[in-house]
Design a protein around this ligand. Structure first.
Ligand SMILES: C[S@@+](CC[C@H](N)C(=O)[O-])C[C@H]1O[C@@H](n2cnc3c(N)ncnc32)[C@H](O)[C@@H]1O
Length: 494
């Protein structure tokens, strides 16, 4: 360990927990105090505004100054606001450091729902062992994790420990691995602060320390940037191209127990005319069923700029970094870079792999939606030909939303557009033509698909073979995206 990392002394942790609780150091409390909202608790550039909004010197404002706004504070000021015992506890845990007569927060401390996560302050980013807080891919992984109660969970590249702590709530035991000793220190502190006694922290590289063991759930948000550097452990794997994503996708199945799920955040070098995402090929022969969610593709310049945003204040350094990355992409023949998440389930038997575009980020927990996609795909695999669908009883997924737009023409309203979208989690949506709309409205989970299609043909006066020929593939697509499901599956859930 080259730089200071937090300690986890139990007495001091209990004191700090009491302090934070009593001060109302929660997401809502902090947002109200600095007048911000949304997923980003505080944007650094807005610091002058936040400071002016903090009206008093009470404990909450003092904690916000130290751990969110990264502002120095006179020691006696801090002591008056927080009390001597609490201040000593913060020092014991190395959460504050002295700078002359002033105190400075040594960590960023952010509540995420009811979890408290300590990480390195973003301003300190320029160190190889920087431990980032919860960022966009962390939230995406958290949403795309299947959250059934399980025995053993593995978190690969735990960093601050956020994924491990989320999993600790529905796992008997969580093993969290990282090569960065500072990350392990942060994860240990965060486990203690959040009273998660079932997280085991293990030092080592990726799956190496757990070979030979199996887990019911595996989550991994590895340093998947396709990068020419080894500048940051959290960003650069140092393995070149998309090897880290590829190796994890290929190897995670070997530590998954039968029936266990895994979600791995990935990136891959993308050919513009690529028909299916590369992770589909990586999974060839693997003993898992998998859904490859492709969240987006960016050109080389956009990617190089995005991964070097930490240098944005220094135009020359920023420009040089972008050029270095662009030269690397050019030498490697990489014009575009794709991002996504691979969700797998270990199952012996004939396996399937499905690519699915996921253009909108999930806005909430999508584990139940993912389970539905797996169930629906299993159901389709079991049917064989389209005709097998005719006897099925399907219904629209709970919480789905239909949106219709009508235009006034003459003295009447004409429906011009309609769409169906999933209410939360996986935000898939699809436009509905009149035929699809008729089907969606008619699927009641009681009548068979055959009966629904026959009734639609009769109502519309269309040829019944034609309605069947267009209706069956449509329903198959709706099952694949989770808009509909077998009525039985939904009853089982209830
Ligand atoms: C993008 S961060 C993810 C942190 C956290 N899991 C999250 O979701 O916010 C990647 C993490 O992988 C860790 N890491 C990098 N190389 C590793 C390796 N060879 N083995 C294990 N972990 C590694 C980094 O230290 C970092 O904590």
């Amino acid at each position: 360990v080259t730089r200071a990392a937090p300690a986890s002394e139990p007495g001091a942790v209990a004191e700090v927990r009491r302090l934070l609780r009593a001060a109302g150091y929660t997401q809502a409390g902090i947002q109200a105090a600095v007048g911000t909202s949304g997923e980003q608790l505080a944007v650094r550039a807005e610091r002058p505004v936040y400071v002016r909004r903090l009206r008093d010197d009470g404990p909450l404002a003092t904690l916000i100054r130290l751990f969110i706004l990264d502002l120095p504070l006179e020691e006696d000021e801090a002591e008056r606001a927080l009390g001597t015992a609490a201040l000593r506890a913060l020092e014991t845990l190395r959460l504050v450091r002295r700078a002359g007569s002033a105190l400075q927060g040594a960590v960023r401390l952010v509540p995420h729902d009811d979890l408290l996560i300590a990480s390195d302050p973003p301003a300190d980013e320029s160190h190889v062992d920087h431990v980032p807080g919860m960022h966009r891919p962390s939230a995406q992984l958290a949403h795309l994790t299947v959250r059934s109660p399980v025995r053993d969970t593995l978190d690969v590249g735990t960093g601050s420990g956020i994924q491990a702590l989320l999993a600790a709530r529905h796992s008997e035991r969580v093993v969290a691995v990282d090569v960065n000793e500072r990350a392990l220190a942060f994860a240990e502190l965060n486990a203690a602060l959040n009273e998660a006694g079932n997280v085991e922290l293990v030092s080592g590289s990726y799956l190496e320390p757990v070979r030979g063991q199996t887990f019911d759930l595996v989550v991994a948000n590895p340093p998947y940037a396709i990068s020419p550097e080894s500048e940051y452990l959290f960003r650069d794997s140092g393995l070149g191209r998309d090897r880290v994503s590829q190796e994890l996708v290929r190897e995670v199945p070997s530590v998954l127990a039968e029936g266990g799920f895994a979600t791995v955040m990935v990136s891959w070098a993308h050919d513009s005319d690529e028909a299916v995402p590369s992770p589909v090929a990586w999974l060839e022969g693997a003993e898992v069923d998998a859904i490859v969610l492709h969240t987006g593709t960016e050109d080389a310049l956009t990617t190089a700029a995005a991964w070097n945003r930490d240098k944005v204040g220094d135009e020359e350094a920023y420009g040089e970094a972008i050029d270095r990355w662009l030269r690397y992409y050019e030498a490697e023949g990489i014009a575009a870079l794709a991002y996504g998440s691979v969700v797998m389930r270990r199952r012996s038997g004939a396996n399937w792999v499905r690519p699915l575009p996921l253009p909108l980020r999930p806005v909430g927990p999508a584990g139940a939606g993912l389970l539905r996609l797996f169930r629906n795909r299993d159901f389709l695999e079991g049917l064989g030909e389209d005709d097998g669908l005719l006897d099925a009883r399907l219904r629209v997924t709970e919480g789905a939303v239909i949106e219709r737009r009508a235009h006034r023409t003459g003295s009447a309203w004409a429906d011009t557009e309609a769409s169906l979208r999933l209410g939360e989690g996986l935000r898939f949506s699809a436009s509905l033509d009149p035929m699809a709309m008729g089907l969606v409205l008619a699927l009641d989970g009681e009548r068979s698909v055959g009966a629904v299609l026959a009734a639609l043909a009769e109502e519309s006066g269309l040829d019944s073979a034609q309605v069947r020929a267009s209706g069956l593939p449509l329903l198959r697509g709706m099952l694949e995206a989770g808009f509909v499901e077998p009525a039985r599956a939904q009853r089982d859930e209830e």
